[in-house]
Design a protein around this ligand. Structure first.
Ligand code: ZJS
Length: 194
């Protein structure tokens, strides 16, 4: 694990990276993604994503743009068709590998948000969380979870803290919010951090 130097990043807008599902069709999950995207757009922020336009990923980018926000998508060539590359993105960067995608998303982002998702989302979540815990960056990592999607995972993690497998400071490096607005406040430092 490494932290990419961010000196070359000079985008004027606050930039928030959102990780979420690329296949689910549940109306509630799609609505949450849309709501978060619109809240990002209303703040005039830049949204950083994996560059797909399907499922929750599509709802976040469309919501952001619908409210005047700016979107940056980073997608590997190999996934362009599978994840239906977001050709309407203000910036769409096509890379060769997954590692390049993660690096570009990391370099561009001032904070990270985790919405409900599958194994790709979980992988991305654990990377940004563990790297923050280890001190490789100090940007906010916020789980946006109004519906308790992550409750079983969080409960298991608390159990692992009790048993000594996970340090309490790791949990303090993670924020869990119950609404889109609270999530964005935590990202920008406008809200008390857990
Ligand atoms: C080689 C390497 C670094 C692999 C690490 N693995 C991953 N890293 C980053 N994004 C991923 C990874 N696996 C899946 N994703 C992306 O995560 C998004 C959500 O996937 P999911 O629906 O939660 O399932 C999708 O855009 C998917 O392409």
């Amino acid at each position: 694990m490494y932290e990419t130097p961010r000196s070359e990043v000079s985008h004027p807008r606050f930039s928030v990276c959102v990780f979420c599902a690329s296949s689910v069709k549940e109306p509630g999950a799609l609505a949450l993604a849309r709501e978060l995207g619109e809240a990002i757009g209303e703040r005039g922020w830049r949204l950083v994503t994996g560059g797909g336009s399907v499922s929750m990923m599509g709802e976040v980018v469309e919501g952001t743009r619908a409210k005047g926000g700016y979107t940056l998508g980073v997608i590997p060539e190999k996934l362009r068709a599978r994840e239906v590359a977001d050709i309407y993105s203000d910036e769409l960067v096509v890379v060769d590998t997954m590692r390049e995608r993660k690096r570009a998303m990391d370099e561009a982002s001032d904070a990270f948000i985790i919405l409900p998702g599958g194994i790709g989302t979980l992988e991305e979540f654990f990377e940004v969380w563990t790297s923050r815990f280890l001190g490789f960056h100090d940007r906010p990592v916020v789980i946006c979870d109004p519906d308790g999607f992550y409750a079983p995972l969080l409960s298991w993690l608390e159990d692992l803290v009790e048993r000594g497998f996970v340090q309490e400071s790791a949990m303090r490096a993670l924020h869990v919010s119950a609404s889109a607005e609270e999530t964005l406040d935590l990202c920008s430092g406008a809200s008390d951090r857990r």
